[in-house]
Design a protein around this ligand. Structure first.
Ligand code: TYM
Length: 334
């Protein structure tokens, strides 16, 4: 339905400030895959309201995120960059898929358990059925591939299960998507606690590098990064802090862990941390410059939102009509 190319879908939430983890684990791969596939990159604002948001703040963050996709190198002429809330098919398909998803499956979702613990005063049904909305996002575009960080793999699994169940009942309706997880950077950990993933919602701002951090802040955070007392730059499970820094360095420079270990053989942690910080600054600088330029061009960003929103809607409508017919909803009379 989209021509010769296979279809790619991915999305990010506009909640909190984007971290280096989001960039290295997802956005960077999106850019590298964007020529090969017909791509849909969504700002998934429907997902964001599963936790309470300030409306004005959410709108601002959503626009900034969409702008950041472009600043990171995604060409909106070739990639469909749009707001999830502008395509009603996401919510409509999610309702249908809710009826094909078991509570037992949702009960197993670790992200739900984590978020429910964090937001104990607001364990709403949307938070619970979040993975079904995510399945709807992906299946609506008949995506072949979904680039994500490791933390989203369980959601990809349930998406595949729901799609297979639906296909089993109604014939070949959905493409079964494959996750794409990058070789490096798939799980960037907190700089303050390398047993936890780097997260937008971390209360300790020193644990996360934000894409908006200036060079001094980035360097300060890396200088303070938690390491160990081994005094040896090696890539192993026993040294998770150093391992995380090596992962970040490799993702930013394109080097391998082996090359990195060799490069810093006999050097101190202080020197290594500075090098990692500088590699991050080098990656963030052009991104921030481009972002600042684009932010000023209101008319251009508005035109991307309008045109790509309409394009996404056209694609989504095809799948939705097919699904509605399969489950037995009456045909529209035109
Ligand atoms: P979100 O917004 O939490 O994260 C966006 C992307 O960033 C990746 N990521 C990381 N990768 C490496 N290290 C980290 N520390 C790190 N933190 C985040 C995530 O794996 C993700 O790829 N539910 C999704 C958004 C979503 C979606 C979708 C994704 C909604 N519908 C359909 C793909 C397809 C989420 O909350 O991602």
């Amino acid at each position: 339905m989209t021509g010769d190319k296979k279809v790619l879908f991915s999305g990010m939430q506009a909640t909190g400030s984007l971290t280096l983890g989001n960039y290295l684990g997802a956005l960077k791969n999106w850019v590298s895959l964007s020529d090969e596939y017909e791509c849909f990159y969504s700002v998934v604002d429907l997902h964001s309201i599963t936790v309470r948001q300030d409306p004005a703040e959410l709108r601002k963050r959503a626009r900034n995120l969409l702008t950041l996709y472009i600043a990171a190198g995604l060409d909106p002429e070739k990639n469909c960059i749009y707001y999830q809330s502008h395509v009603s098919g996401h919510a409509e398909l999610a309702w249908i898929l809710n009826c094909f998803t078991y509570m037992g499956e949702l009960n197993r979702m670790t992200q739900f358990k984590d978020k429910a613990a964090k937001h104990a005063d607001n364990i709403n049904a949307g938070l619970y059925t979040y993975p079904v909305l995510m399945a709807a996002d992906i299946l609506l575009y008949q995506a072949d591939v979904v680039p994500v960080g490791k933390d989203q793999l369980q959601h990809l699994e349930i998406t595949r299960d729901i799609a297979q169940r639906f296909n089993h009942l109604y014939g070949d309706v959905f493409t079964i998507p494959e996750p794409f997880v990058g070789r490096v950077g798939a799980k960037i950990m907190s700089l303050q606690d390398p047993s936890k993933k780097m997260s937008k919602s971390d209360e300790n701002p020193n644990g996360s590098v934000y894409l908006t951090d200036d060079a001094d802040t980035v360097m300060r955070k890396f200088k303070r990064a938690v390491t160990d007392s081994c005094a040896n730059i090696a890539y192993n499970e026993e040294q998770p802090g150093i391992r995380n820094l090596i992962d970040i360095y490799c993702a930013c420079t394109g080097k391998t862990p082996q090359q990195t270990v060799k490069e810093f053989d006999g050097k101190g942690y202080g020197e290594f941390k500075l090098a990692v910080g500088e590699s991050v600054v080098d990656v963030l600088r052009p991104l921030q410059t481009k972002f600042a330029q684009l932010q000023k061009d209101k008319a251009y960003i508005d035109s991307v939102i309008k045109n790509n929103g309409e394009k996404a809607e056209r694609f989504a409508a095809k799948t939705l009509r097919k699904v509605q017919k399969k489950v037995g909803f009456p045909e529209r009379i035109r």
